[in-house]
Design a protein around this ligand. Structure first.
Ligand code: FRU
Length: 493
């Protein structure tokens, strides 16, 4: 290594040189992609010094996963992002095997603290270990603590793993102490989320285990988030190796446990459980509280299974979901795209109370950059199956079919342009509530995010469909009334 060419400086030089070769039209319009190379989990999602910051798992040097760095971007409106230089590179003994996922906490003295997992690679005498590290800075440059790793296996009671110990999500408590939840794998209960606290962010104390898989919801639990909401407490985790059960699909999932938290007794009591997003591409979400009080969540719009097979058509790979406002309704986690999306509405096309049966497009409703809401009114209709086709041309289509009798929705991208024999379909619940079923679809070129009934179920998926497949059609097996509101999306002004 030439003097001063640290891994961080090398990464910053490399990304700067490469990124200027990527024209902005080769990226999605409002979903964040890595500056160059590979991206996975959102990290350090926070509001700091008047802007939203998002860091991400980052391998600048190729479009596949590699030694993990932290990429960085900022935004005023959660949709249009500006890149900052790479924030962390694996360059100390505590994180030589990678700077894995973590979070960011604005400190009372005005600095920003990053808390992340440092991976210590296997050596001659020991296996790889994972431990928690701290880096503090001004929002662009961060200095890693000499005390790293600040939370190690030695902090844990017996039975917990030194190898599967990652993804701290930290916050500053009302009592002025720092808290964090972190994923681990217990030898009996498997995936487990542990709570720690600290007065200064450096000296941490183990508090308790908040919850565990109990062998029911997968093995390792990655990327926890833990927050109060509407009088309840929400624990979100991303389990590996789930079995398909209830509303959950097999493999990498996202689970929300909603319940109560007794901070004094250190006891979390589950009440309800649901998938966070049932799509083909969604994992490792993280949330923040916006200055106006909204809780906003963003996820990695990928899946560890499907990304292996996905084509690499750009010098960047993977993207984040749209940031979503989340709230609870009747004990259920609800989601909608952040309202800032309205600032990207170029127009408004409304078709009020139209009746459809034969497959038909609607004037002014087409495209791959669209915010589309369809309200179905099945009352008094013999209709059992309603079909919405998007990203359609003579050879392609992405199908969204509602079985109104069974209150089930099928999302099917198998004719969406993929050349791979991987999973392309998902089934979710789609209730008719108060005589209405609402589908809101957000499309940004190669992605679809479908919010059923104000996001009581969400299906997020990438579609590798050629961009000129841009028709949208509506069809049903018997006449059904519906209303459609469409907004084409773009940069206004
Ligand atoms: C989740 C995850 C995390 C880990 C990171 C590594 O997608 O596996 O548990 O910190 O990715 O890049």
């Amino acid at each position: 290594m030439i003097k001063n060419q640290t891994p961080l400086i090398l990464a910053r030089n490399f990304e700067r040189e490469q990124a200027i070769r990527i024209p902005s039209h080769e990226r999605p319009l409002f979903h964040l992609t890595p500056l160059v190379g590979w991206m996975n989990d959102p990290n350090g999602f926070c509001y700091y010094n008047g802007q939203y910051h998002l860091f991400y798992q980052y391998h600048p040097y190729s479009t596949v996963w590699g030694p993990m760095h932290w990429g960085h971007a900022v935004t005023d409106n959660l949709l249009r992002w500006t890149y900052e230089p790479c924030a962390l590179a694996p360059d100390t003994a505590a994180d030589a095997g990678g700077c894995f996922s973590g979070s960011a906490v604005p400190m009372p003295d005005g600095r920003l603290m990053l808390v992340y997992t440092g991976v210590q690679p296997a050596g001659t005498f020991r296996r790889e270990t994972q431990a928690q590290c701290v880096a503090i800075g001004d929002g662009v440059n961060f200095e890693k603590s000499m005390l790293n790793p600040v939370i190690r296996h030695a902090h844990l009671p017996e039975g917990y793993s030194a190898l599967d110990f990652r993804d701290p999500k930290a916050w500053l408590g009302e009592d002025g102490r720092y808290y964090l939840v972190v994923g681990n794998r217990h030898e009996e209960r498997q995936g487990a989320i542990l709570l720690f606290s600290s007065g200064d962010g450096l000296d941490w104390t183990f508090e308790c285990e908040i919850d565990s898989s109990r062998n029911e919801y997968g093995r390792m639990w990655e990327c926890p988030d833990f927050f109060p909401m509407d009088g309840k407490q929400v624990l979100i985790v991303s389990p590996q190796e789930m079995h398909a059960r209830e509303d959950f699909h097999a493999g990498y999932g996202t689970v929300a446990f909603i319940g109560s938290w007794d901070a004094k007794e250190k006891r979390f009591t589950r009440e309800t459980v649901q998938p966070v997003d049932s799509g083909l591409n969604f994992y490792a979400p993280q949330s923040l509280v916006a200055p106006d009080g909204r809780r906003i969540m963003i996820g990695w719009m990928e899946n560890w299974e499907t990304c292996k097979e996905a084509p690499r058509r750009h010098p960047w790979y993977a993207q984040m979901s749209v940031p979503r406002e989340i709230w609870l309704k009747d004990g259920r986690l609800m989601q909608r795209p952040v309202r800032e999306i309205e600032g990207m509405w170029l127009d408004t096309v409304i078709h009020e109370d139209v009746t459809v049966q034969q497959e038909t497009p609607l004037p002014g409703v087409q495209g791959r950059l669209i915010d589309l809401t369809v309200k179905l009114h099945p009352q008094g209709s013999a209709c059992r199956r309603f079909t919405l086709l998007v990203a359609k041309d003579a050879n392609h289509q992405v199908l969204i079919r509602c079985d109104l009798a069974r209150e089930e929705l099928v999302f099917d991208r198998s004719r969406g342009g993929s050349h791979r024999d991987i999973v392309h379909t998902r089934h979710v619940r789609a209730r008719v509530a108060d005589g209405e079923l609402t589908l809101r679809l957000l499309m940004d070129k190669e992605s679809v995010e479908l919010f059923v009934n104000d996001g009581e179920c969400v299906v997020t998926s990438l579609i590798p469909t050629p961009m000129d497949a841009d028709q949208i059609t509506f069809a049903a097996d018997a006449p059904i009334r519906m209303s459609v509101e469409a907004h084409h999306l773009g940069v206004v002004g």
